[in-house]
Design a binder for this molecule. Structure first.
Ligand SMILES: NC(=O)c1ccc[n+]([C@@H]2O[C@H](COP(=O)([O-])OP(=O)(O)OC[C@H]3O[C@@H](n4cnc5c(N)ncnc54)[C@H](O)[C@@H]3O)[C@@H](O)[C@H]2O)c1
Length: 331
């Protein structure tokens, strides 16, 4: 059993505690929130002790790993502190806000020989696993282009001063909320990005940080990704890969926090269009279980540090391109 402490008991920290309630491998033994009293009812109903001090958790030998569900700007230093205390880390996305910080975090984790995982649960969803398998098997030929969209309207209800709407914590509008998941999947297909042209606008809401993101990402080994993320329209999730021998599109039926399954559409050259329905499965749970398997030495975590760093390098370029309006080379 891997004993974990969940750091940050807001929307996603509470979601993760509930997802782990039925886990046979991960046990939540502690929570950390700056003001524990504000979640006392939730903590009591889940039987989780919530304290205010992260350092206490890092010194606790009964805690093997931390799950970071805190504001983005805190991730780097919290990962480094955990690594230095000998704890494994599951960090919510985005891992960090700059490539340099992602490198620093990964370097400390490697020095401490701990596991680092990141909250990109979309990679663990069954139709995405099937899509990636088909690409690796060559069924789609040479991957040419990705089109992905992850949009939602959950943020419209947030108070204007919520950190998730601040340009410092959430640069490029919808990027750190949802666009980053699509960017991560595109990197899973094509590897490191080479350049980015991005635009963020405030078009359909009061979200002054921007509600509509469009990004064109070009990759070092060829291929483009066209990424859309909108915070002022109802949920949509779509990820499609077009290749020289065929294409596959995965469509979500509901937001990943309460999945209702997916439809996978496949067209191979010269063949009829086929569709496969996938029943709901929690990608969030599957990601956490993959983390536990890596911590226990049963199988390596399937996303490499190089891919995690490539994702943040691309994120940084999207932010810079959206800010300046220029095409930006990826570090
Ligand atoms: N994987 C996903 O699909 C997904 C979905 C939603 C959110 N997230 C990620 O989860 C993280 C948290 O987002 P959220 O929407 O839950 O935000 P939130 O504001 O609802 O929760 C953040 C919590 O962290 C607490 N906090 C802040 N600083 C802290 C500190 N130093 N120590 C302990 N607690 C601290 C805040 O009080 C708050 O309770 C972000 O990285 C976000 O991107 C991921």
């Amino acid at each position: 059993m891997v004993n974990v402490a969940v750091i940050g008991i807001g929307w996603w920290g509470q979601t993760i505690i509930d997802v782990l309630a039925t886990s046979a491998t991960l046990k939540v033994v502690k929570g950390v929130k700056r003001n524990p009293a504000s979640v006392s009812e939730f903590a009591a109903s889940r039987g989780v002790e919530v304290i205010s001090d992260y350092g206490t958790v890092l010194r606790d030998p009964n805690v093997h790993a931390v799950i970071l569900c805190t504001p983005h700007s805190q991730h780097t230093e919290q990962i480094i502190a955990a690594a230095r205390a000998g704890k494994h880390v599951f960090c919510e996305k985005p891992l960090t806000l700059t490539r340099a910080d992602a490198v620093r975090a990964a370097t400390e984790i490697e020095a401490a020989q701990r596991v680092l995982a990141v909250g990109h649960e979309r990679r663990f969803e069954p139709p995405i696993l099937e899509l990636m398998r088909a690409i690796r098997a060559g069924e789609l030929g040479t991957p040419l282009q990705v089109e992905g969209n992850f949009s939602q309207d959950k943020f419209l209800a947030m108070a204007a001063d919520n950190w998730r709407l601040s340009p410092a914590e959430a640069p490029a509008g919808p990027l750190t909320a949802t666009g980053i998941h699509v960017l991560d999947l595109a990197i899973g297909v094509f590897g490191e990005a080479e350049s980015v042209c991005a635009s963020v606008k405030q078009l359909g809401s009061h979200l002054r940080n921007g509600d509509t993101l469009a990004a064109l990402v070009a990759f070092k080994r060829g291929g483009h990704a066209l990424i859309t993320a909108i915070l002022a329209t109802p949920f949509d999730g779509r990820f499609a890969v077009y290749g020289s021998k065929g294409w596959i599109e995965v469509r979500d039926k509901a937001h990943p926090s309460a999945p209702q399954g997916w439809t996978l559409t496949k067209v191979l050259s010269g063949e009829r269009r086929s569709t496969t329905e996938f029943p709901p499965v929690s990608g969030v749970a599957a990601n956490l279980e993959a983390f536990a398997a890596a911590v226990e030495g049963r199988s390596p975590y399937p996303v490499s540090h190089a891919e995690m760093i490539a994702n943040i390098a691309a994120l940084e370029a999207v932010v810079e391109s959206a800010r300046t309006g220029a095409k930006v080379s990826v570090a």
